[in-house]
Design a protein around this ligand. Structure first.
Ligand SMILES: Nc1nc2c(ncn2[C@@H]2O[C@H](COP(=O)(O)OP(=O)(O)O)[C@@H](O)[C@H]2O)c(=O)[nH]1
Ligand SMILES: [Mg+2]
Length: 707
């Protein structure tokens, strides 16, 4: 297998809504370059890219897949991605290692919801981007509508490079505005005939060519001058201007395709070769402490792991990009996150499931290796231990959470292991065993994402599971001060137990004044692991309780705070003053005072107007303006508070605070009330009091279970 250097490697990622034709295009690009003898189809379930069983079953991509093709003197690494934002984790990690984004638009439907959702995510990376209008052979193809929608959505950067002469049934001809040539394809696709543009098309082609020239000139002062002097630009000058524009995210060249009929992909690959940035021309990667990483074979070898797959019968496959230096087989590299040395015994170029062994990979290339013991996605491998950590991929927060239980109790332990393996493959699947809720909480990006996870558990790991409603991590606190006294006394047989405490409890809030009614001897502030505080004052005077017993009293209080009296939830934000008590010269001990502390706290808590608090999330809903009303109405039914509005492009962003209990399956509801046109993200904000009638219901429910 030929090894390409950093100047001859182009890394592209195929993006676009589901069914736009990404997987078909990837197959065509491999076939067109002669790397495949036979072209597979999505329908026949035999494409290089969609090789996983779940993809065959669903009929579309679930994983991103790396492949490569060779066109003229360049190697083009292609990453095909899923088109649904449930799999956004796969999309983001692929975009991260790509130098150019190729965004497909389906000419039947123009700019789709899926296109929007994905673009919203990837636009922030500001990577050079190409658009490909696909399916021009389809009877419902509408190039003009697609271009209008593209211009409207992506602005003046949307730069037409070609147009179809005869879209729809019988499509076989493209007019190229850069080369001012007509390409006519044979019925089976492949290599086109190059013909002069027919006279009747000349006026239109010239006008569009001039637009292209102006767009290219705009990006470079020298080109602009040249353009004014000559009134035009030649092909090389055009390429230069377009490249400059692509690098600045000011030009998105738009190409014409029929991936299915293999028409147009060769020309687009040629453009990628000649104009899209090579690996060494891309923006420098950075380490977490801001050091630049140059895509230069002479620098120390730096690998960034962007994807992990666990393949049955094969084990762990780690996909990486060589960010700098050269990678030779057998090299020892240090994982910068955990300082373990990893030996890279095997190197592969991956084409779907096919592993092509190589002995060397250069800076800029993408490869894979097997059986790294201590390395996962987002890790950096580097020759020596130097805290040289590449900035990680930031995966989005979960949008949906469920509790997962194994149908067969015997599977419980295995379930944990399997889920952590799934998390390693897909960092957007989060698993957490909540001791508080006594549930395993699985969270992900959407209903489909979780269902695919379920499918994997059932089919690949042979485990039957149920998703159930997750409990809510409520908290309990108090609203007013209350006093309590408790005497713990036991005299049976030998040594007895004795401890008496008098306490006052009060609601605690940050910055409140010190207690005035007592003389403070000591103060301890515990930051609670579940949020909030316990502030404990020792106000004992005259030594009525020995100093050595005081910590036991606080421990007793703390123990009770683990299981609040109302719902069994954690208690937070309480201040306790221990101001009086009694001890016994012989019978007092730690245990007695702990019990006294616990019982006094429990009693005082009941008299202190106890309240339940619930977690509140800050959410942002992205929604097109025209359907904002539906989303707002629905949010009002969820006890939400709208905290702000913003807009980005033609999207409105609704910001709101919503109780977690009202967000159960929200992503699914949001999708259904907006036909998939809105998306949301959310993260924990703080705790707030539950309204009275809901509190009553919760406490009653708990009382029933707490027998
Ligand atoms: N007519 C036509 N159909 C296409 C074209 N490209 C893809 N398709 C079909 O569109 C469907 C989705 O294609 P696929 O490659 O799986 O799309 P992806 O979801 O973007 O990967 C399949 O049935 C393809 O055969 C094309 O250029 N023309
Ligand atoms: Mg696909």
């Amino acid at each position: 297998m030929k090894i390409y250097d950093d100047k001859h490697i182009k890394n592209i990622v195929l993006l676009g809504s589901a069914k736009s034709g990404k997987t078909t295009l990837a197959e065509t690009m491999l076939f067109e370059a002669g790397l495949l003898n036979r072209r597979g189809t999505v329908e026949d379930k035999n494409t290089v890219s969609d090789y996983h069983e779940v993809e065959h079953e669903r009929g579309n991509s679930v994983y991103s897949t790396t492949m490569h093709t060779e066109w003229r003197d360049y190697k083009i690494n292609i990453i095909d991605t899923p088109g649904l934002d449930d799999f956004i984790g796969e999309i983001i990690s692929s975009v991260r290692v790509a130098d150019t984004v190729v965004m497909l638009l389906n000419s039947q439907s123009g700019v789709e919801i899926g296109t929007e959702l994905i673009w919203n995510y990837v636009d922030r990376f500001q990577k050079p981007s190409i658009f490909a209008i696909n399916q021009l052979d389809h009877p419902k193809s509408n190039f003009e509508m697609t271009v209008d929608a593209g211009k409207k959505r992506f602005g003046s950067a949307f730069t037409i490079m070609q147009y179809p002469l005869n879209q729809g049934d019988g499509f076989d001809t493209i007019i190229d505005l850069l080369k001012m040539t007509m390409y006519k394809f044979p019925a089976s696709g492949g290599k086109p005939q190059k013909l002069p543009i027919p006279a009747e098309e000349m006026e239109k082609a010239n006008a569009m060519h001039n637009e292209l020239v102006e767009k290219a000139a705009e990006n470079d002062e020298k080109l602009m001058e040249l353009y004014f002097e000559k009134g035009t630009l030649d092909e090389d000058e055009l390429r230069l201007g377009l490249k400059e524009g692509m690098m600045n995210h000011q030009v998105f060249p738009v190409f014409c395709l029929s991936a299915k009929k293999n028409m147009g992909s060769g020309r687009m690959m040629g453009f990628i070769d000649n104009v899209a940035p090579s690996a060494n021309e891309s923006k420098h990667e950075l380490t977490v402490d801001g050091r630049e990483i140059h895509c230069d074979p002479k620098q120390p070898t730096t690998l960034f792991v962007f994807k992990t797959l666990i393949e049955p019968h094969l084990g762990k496959l780690s996909f990486f990009k060589v960010l700098s230096g050269e990678l030779n087989v057998g090299m020892d590299l240090v994982n910068q996150q955990n300082r373990n040395t990893e030996k890279l015994n095997q190197l592969f170029i991956m084409d779907g499931k096919n592993r092509n062994p190589v002995t060397k990979l250069s800076a800029g290339d993408i490869g894979a290796t097997l059986k790294l013991k201590n390395t996962k996605t987002n890790d950096t491998l580097y020759p020596k231990d130097e805290d040289f950590i590449v900035q990680p991929i930031v995966f989005p927060e979960p949008k949906i959470r469920v509790a997962i239980v194994a149908k067969n109790k015997a599977d419980d332990e295995k379930l944990g292991e399997v889920l952590s393996e799934i998390h390693m493959e897909d960092p957007t699947i989060n698993i957490e065993y909540s001791r508080e809720l006594k549930q395993v909480i699985l969270s992900g990006q959407g209903e489909l994402h979780l269902n695919v996870t379920k499918w994997r558990l059932e089919h690949l790991y042979h485990m039957q599971v149920d998703f159930i409603k997750p409990r809510i991590p409520y908290r309990e606190t108090i609203q007013k001060a209350a006093d309590a006294t408790y005497r713990h006394k036991k005299q049976s047989g030998g040594s007895g137990q004795y401890g008496e405490v008098h306490i006052r409890i009060e609601p605690y809030h940050e910055g409140m004044a010190e207690p005035k009614d007592f003389s403070i001897r000591d103060k301890e502030e515990a930051i609670l692991p579940w949020g909030g505080k316990l502030v404990f004052y020792n106000c004992i005077v005259g030594g009525v309780i020995d100093a050595r017993f005081i910590p036991a009293v606080m421990k007793g209080v703390m123990e009770k705070m683990h299981e609040g009296p109302l719902t069994g939830s954690y208690v937070r934000d309480v201040r306790v003053c221990l101001y009086d008590g009694k001890m016994h010269a012989v019978d007092s001990n730690d245990l007695s005072f702990k019990i006294a502390g616990m019982m006094a706290f429990k009693e005082a808590f009941h008299n202190a107007d106890p309240k339940i608090m619930e977690p509140i999330y800050d959410i942002e809903v992205f929604v097109p303006e025209e359907i904002m009303g539906e989303v707002m109405t629905d949010l009002q039914g969820r006890r939400s508070t709208i905290t702000g509005m913003d807009s980005k492009d033609h999207y409105q962003i609704i910001k709101a605070k919503v109780p977690l209990s009202e967000l159960d399956r929200y992503s699914t509801t949001l999708r259904s009330i907006t036909q998939g046109r809105a998306s949301y993200s959310g993260k924990f904000s703080d705790y707030a009091l539950v309204p009275g009638e809901i509190q009553k219901k919760l406490a009653e429910e708990y009382a029933k279970t707490d027998v």
